[in-house]
Design a protein around this ligand. Structure first.
Ligand SMILES: Cc1ncc(C[n+]2csc(CCOP(=O)(O)OP(=O)(O)O)c2C)c(N)n1
Ligand SMILES: [Mg+2]
Length: 573
C-alpha cells in the first residue's frame, strides 16, 4: 500500500493499538493531524504542549501502554521539553511526535525551527530525526517498544514536513516483531536464588524497599504474591506508592526527607535492605551503606548502569540486573519448591508497633484548616478505584504521607524532577486510560497556576475529574526553606491576592464548584465533591503557616529526623 509518511505514522499507531493521542496542531504537523482525522484514534487537545506530554505521561503511568503526544515544531516541541525530562527521570515511557521544517531548511533560521536532536539529547531516552532515507513504519513501531523496554523513558520523533508528505510503501508489519526485539529474558539461576534466600533467611530484620520499577501491573502482582508468602516489612519511594497495599500492618510507606516517621525509623533498624526498582535518589537522604546504616544490601534493577554504580558504591551482598517481575517469578518458584520459611515474627511485630506508635499528626488547635487534615480525611474516603495526581510542594508530600494507597498505579506525582503544573494534565491522561476510575488531582495554589489552561480542557470536555485545590496562598514548600535558612524572609513566596479559583472553574464548565475555609464545611464538601458526577472543583483555603513534618534537614540522616511539635509516640513499647 502506497501512503504518505504522515499516513504511515498514523497507520502504525493504529496497528500499535493506540486509542488516544494528546496533541496540539500547527502548520508543520498538519499532515499527521489530517491523517488522524480519518481514523478512530481520539485526539485530545490540551491547552499547551507541556500538558500534551504530561497527559501522555499520565496515560502511560496509569496503564501498561505508551502515551502519545503530537505537536508542531519550534515553540511547540520545546514546550514539551520539561515534561519529557520529567518522564526521563521517572522512567515513564511516552512517544512525542513533533513536526519539523522541511529537510532542506534544517539548521537554518527558518520560522519555528529548532534542532530537536540537540535540545532533547540529554532529556530523553532517544531522539529520532526522520529523513527521506527512513522507513517511517520501522521508526514508529520500534520507538513505541523502545520507550517501554529496559529502563522506560520518552522517545521523540522529529518529523520534517516534506518527509510527512513523501509517498512510501506501507508494509503493515506485525508490531510483535518489535516487541520481541526488546523482550528481556534474564532469569535468576538456581544458585542465585539459593544465594538470595540464604541471605534473606540469615537476616533478622529484612526490609523491602519498593520503587517505581515494580509499578507495572505484572510486577506489582508478583511482589504482592512474594510478600503474601513472607510478610517482610516494607518501605517505598514516592514512585512505589500502592505497589504493596499501604494499609497493611507491615507496609510502612514512604521514606525520605519528608518520609513517614516509622518508615524512616525502620530503615535505621534493618539488617538486610532488599531494594527493587529504585534509583537511590538523594531525597531519600542518607542511603543504606552510608555510615550509620550498615545493613547488607540486595538490589534488583533493570538499569544496568545503576546496578553497576551501586555495586561499586554500596557493595551489595546480592544484585541482579534484569526485569524485577521475572526475578520475582524465579524467586517465588524457588521458594515454593524449597519450602522456604522466614523466622522474622519479632521484626514484623516491631514494624507494626512502629506504625501504630508514631502516627502522623498535625496542628489540631488552630482555626484554619490544615492541608494534612484535609488529606487525612480524604485518605479515609479513598477506594481501590481512586487514582490520585498531585502538584509539587507541601501538598504533594503531605498527600504522599497521608494517603493510604491500596492499589498499584494509583498515585502519580512528578517525583524525580518535581515539576509544578503536573497534576491537571496528568489527571487527564489518567482519566483516558482508566475511564472507570475516580481521578482526583490534588494541587497547590502555585502549582495549579502553571497549567491552569487544563481547567479549561477538563471543563470544556466535561471530564469527570475532581480537582482538590489546597490553597495556602503561597509557595509553601519554598517558604518553609526560607523559614529554616533565610531568616523567615518570605521573598517571592507569598500570594495574598485572593483569586477565586472555584469561580474560574465554574466559568470553564465545572458542574460542582466550591470554595471553603471553615472546618465545619470540610467533610461535607469533600464527600459532596467525591459523589458529584461531572468536572468537580473544591478549593480549600488552608493555613499559610502550616509546616510539613517530619523532616530531615538537608545533608542530615535519618537519626536527625525532626518529628516537629505534633507527632508524638502514642503507644508504649
Ligand atoms: C516548575 C517549577 N518551578 C519551581 C519549582 C520550585 N518549587 C518547589 S515547591 C514550590 C512551591 C509550590 O507551591 P504550591 O503549589 O502552592 O504548593 P504548597 O507547597 O504551597 O503546598 C516551588 C516554587 C518547581 N518545583 N517546579
Ligand atoms: Mg501553596
Amino acid at each position: 500500500m502506497e501512503l504518505t509518511g504522515a499516513e504511515i505514522l498514523v497507520k502504525s499507531l493504529e496497528q500499535l493499538k493506540v486509542t488516544h493521542v494528546f496533541g496540539y496542531p500547527g502548520a508543520t504537523i498538519l499532515p499527521v493531524f489530517h491523517a488522524l482525522a480519518k481514523t478512530h484514534i481520539q485526539i485530545i487537545v490540551n491547552s499547551n504542549e507541556q500538558s500534551c506530554a504530561f497527559s501522555a505521561a499520565g496515560f502511560s503511568r496509569s496503564s501498561d501502554k505508551v502515551g502519545v503526544a503530537i505537536v508542531t515544531s519550534g515553540p511547540a516541541i520545546t514546550n514539551t521539553l520539561t515534561a519529557v525530562a520529567d518522564c526521563n527521570v521517572d522512567s515513564v515511557p511516552i512517544l512525542v511526535v513533533a513536526g519539523q521544517v522541511p529537510q532542506r531548511k534544517l539548521g537554518s533560521d527558518e520560522f519555528q525551527h529548532i534542532n530537536v536532536t540537540e535540545v532533547f539529547a540529554k532529556a530523553s531516552k532517544k531522539v529520532i530525526l526522520i529523513t527521506d532515507n527512513s522507513d517511517v513504519e520501522t521508526v514508529v513501531k520500534d520507538a513505541y517498544f523502545l520507550a517501554r523496554s529496559g529502563k522506560p523513558g520518552p522517545v521523540v520523533i522529529d518529523f520534517p514536513l516534506d518527509a510527512q508528505r513523501k509517498m512510501a510503501h506501507y508494509k503493515q508489519q506485525d508490531p510483535d516483531i518489535y516487541r520481541l526485539k526488546y523482550e528481556d529474558e534474564s532469569h535468576l539461576g538456581r544458585n542465585q536464588c539459593r544465594e538470595f534466600f540464604q541471605l534473606l533467611q540469615g537476616a533478622k530484620r529484612p526490609l523491602l524497599y519498593i520503587g517505581g520499577g515494580l509499578n507495572s501491573i505484572a510486577a506489582s502482582e508478583k511482589i504482592r504474591e512474594f510478600n503474601h508468602l513472607f510478610n517482610i516489612p516494607s518501605i517505598n519511594s514516592i514512585m512505589g506508592k500502592g505497589i504493596l497495599n499501604e494499609s497493611l500492618d507491615t507496609s510502612l510507606g514512604m521514606l525520605g526527607m519528608f518520609g513517614i516517621p516509622y518508615a524512616n525509623m525502620a530503615i535505621q533498624e534493618t539488617d538486610l535492605f532488599v531494594a527493587f526498582g529504585v534509583r537511590w535518589d538523594d531525597r531519600v537522604t542518607q542511603r543504606v551503606g552510608d555510615p550509620g546504616l550498615e545493613a547488607d544490601i540486595a538490589y534488583f534493577d533493570i538499569n544496568a548502569e545503576k546496578v553497576q554504580e551501586v555495586r561499586v558504591t554500596r557493595k551489595p551482598k546480592f544484585s541482579f540486573i534484569g526485569d524485577a517481575k521475572i526475578a520475582l517469578e524465579d524467586l517465588l518458584e524457588y521458594a515454593k519448591e524449597n519450602n522456604i520459611k522466614l523466622n522474622i515474627k519479632e521484626w514484623q511485630e516491631r514494624a507494626s508497633y512502629l506504625k501504630r506508635a508514631f502516627q502522623l499528626n498535625y496542628n489540631r488547635n488552630t482555626e484554619s484548616i490544615q492541608q494534612a487534615e484535609a488529606l487525612d480525611l480524604l485518605s479515609s474516603l479513598l477506594t481501590e478505584q481512586t487514582k490520585i495526581t498531585t502538584g509539587v510542594g507541601n501538598h504533594q508530600m503531605l498527600a504522599a504521607q497521608y494517603l493510604k494507597i491500596l492499589q498499584p498505579k494509583s498515585f502519580f506525582a512528578a517525583s524525580g524532577f518535581g515539576t509544578m503544573g503536573f497534576a491537571l494534565p496528568c489527571a487527564i491522561g489518567v482519566h483516558y486510560a482508566n475511564s472507570e476510575a475516580t481521578v482526583i488531582a490534588i494541587d497547590g495554589d502555585s502549582s495549579i497556576k502553571m497549567n491552569m489552561g487544563e481547567i479549561h480542557t477538563i471543563g470544556s470536555l466535561g471530564l469527570p475529574i475532581k480537582i482538590l485545590l489546597l490553597n495556602n496562598h503561597g509557595d509553601g514548600m519554598v517558604r518553609d526553606i526560607q523559614d529554616a535558612d533565610y531568616q523567615q524572609l518570605h521573598t517571592a513566596t507569598e500570594r495574598s491576592f485572593d483569586a477565586n479559583f472555584a469561580q474560574i472553574a465554574k466559568e470553564c464548565g465545572f458542574t460542582f464548584c466550591r470554595k471553603i475555609k471553615d472546618r465545619q464545611d470540610l467533610e461535607p464538601s469533600l464527600r459532596e465533591m467525591l459523589s458529584a458526577t461531572g468536572p468537580s472543583f473544591l478549593e480549600i483555603v488552608t493555613d499559610r503557616n502550616e509546616m510539613i513534618y517530619p523532616r530531615i534537614p538537608i545533608g542530615k540522616g535519618y537519626r536527625d529526623m525532626i518529628l516537629g511539635p505534633f507527632i508524638r509516640k502514642t503507644l508504649a513499647s
